[in-house]
Design a protein around this ligand. Structure first.
Ligand code: NAI
Length: 286
């Protein structure tokens, strides 16, 4: 009760970030979000025009309120990192203070502290290419946007996360099993994110009493997933092969995040929690 959450990676009502925001709001948390700069205008105007009102509805009938939306590009730690062409890009020039360090400073100025940090973002420019065809640049870009972005967020927010707080990221089974089609170094990026979850749990736990966990989620038809191109195949595969033969709802992942952020999970840190209808436990398709 009375907790405040910052969720990085919400730009519409289809993804895991949105569902996590809803579950946390339903549990009484105040919601702040970080939205990718190029997606900011359309997200804000859709919200304003009521396009998300139906999906903003909480179990008690009220509408989820997003207290503040911060523009964010998690690929840049501070202004010195931002190349000239991005600075002058029309979509970026219209906003300010969107590097990770600046967003953390703004949240501190506006609210003082948070209790829950959620990283629900990923990007791999060459995700549709097999690993053997991935360029060095594409691979490093996937790691930068999808893995280091989490280290950077946690590093910059850590001083304002209240002790006893919790941090959560989203990962995917392709880090540990072969999933053809999840290319461009994205499988590598998720493997890094999972390994970092353990090391960060140690460092943030010892230093700040903050828990760090990651949710390995099953397939969801989000905007990012549709861009990869094989999401319908993955959903069908899960329906056919997982122990639980039902479509996974984003809310199930949201509810797990709310549990992990709550005192009910006070001894859970450094963990990878599967929320995938059990698909990860299968050895063969049936
Ligand atoms: P989504 O499209 O709702 O979320 C991804 C978000 O990342 C978008 O809002 C996008 O604007 C933002 N983003 C991309 N680059 C960014 C940057 N440089 N700075 C700030 N924001 C940036 O899609 P989804 O699928 O809900 O993704 C959320 C997380 O869930 C990701 O980590 C993804 O890998 C993970 N996941 C998704 C699965 C799926 O089937 N959809 C399965 C397992 C994990």
């Amino acid at each position: 009760k009375g907790k405040r959450a910052f969720i990085a990676g919400v730009a519409d009502d289809n993804g895991y970030g949105w569902a996590i925001a809803k579950s946390l709001a339903a549990a009484g948390a105040e919601i702040l979000v970080g939205t990718w700069v190029p997606a900011l205008n359309i997200f804000e105007s859709s919200l304003r025009r009521g396009k998300f009102d139906e999906s903003r509805t909480l179990p008690d009938g009220s509408l989820m309120e997003i207290k503040k939306i911060y523009p964010l590009d998690a690929v840049y730690d501070n202004l010195e990192d931002v190349p000239e062409d991005v600075k002058t890009n029309k979509r970026y020039a219209g906003s300010s203070n969107w590097t990770v360090q600046e967003v953390a400073e703004s949240v501190k100025k506006d609210f003082g502290s948070i209790d829950i940090l959620v990283h629900s973002l990923a990007n791999g420019p060459e995700v549709t290419k097999p690993l053997l065809e991935t360029s060095r640049k594409g691979y490093l870009a996937a790691l930068s946007a999808s893995s280091y972005s989490y280290i950077s967020l946690l590093k910059h927010f850590l001083p304002i996360i209240n002790p006893g707080g919790s941090s959560i990221s989203l990962t995917y089974l392709a880090s540990e099993r072969i999933i053809p089609g999840y290319g461009g170094g994205m499988s590598s990026a998720k493997a890094a994110l999972e390994s970092d979850t353990r090391v960060l749990a140690f460092e943030a736990g010892r230093k700040h009493r903050i828990r760090v966990n990651t949710i390995s989620a099953g397939p969801l038809r989000s905007r990012a997933a549709k861009a990869i191109g094989f999401i319908d195949t993955m959903i069908d595969y899960s329906l056919a092969n997982a122990p639980l033969q039902k479509e996974l709802s984003a809310e199930e992942v949201g509810n797990t995040a709310a549990f992990l952020a709550s005192p009910l999970a006070s001894a859970i840190t450094g963990a990878l929690i599967y929320v995938d209808n059990g698909l990860n436990a299968m050895g063969v398709g049936v």
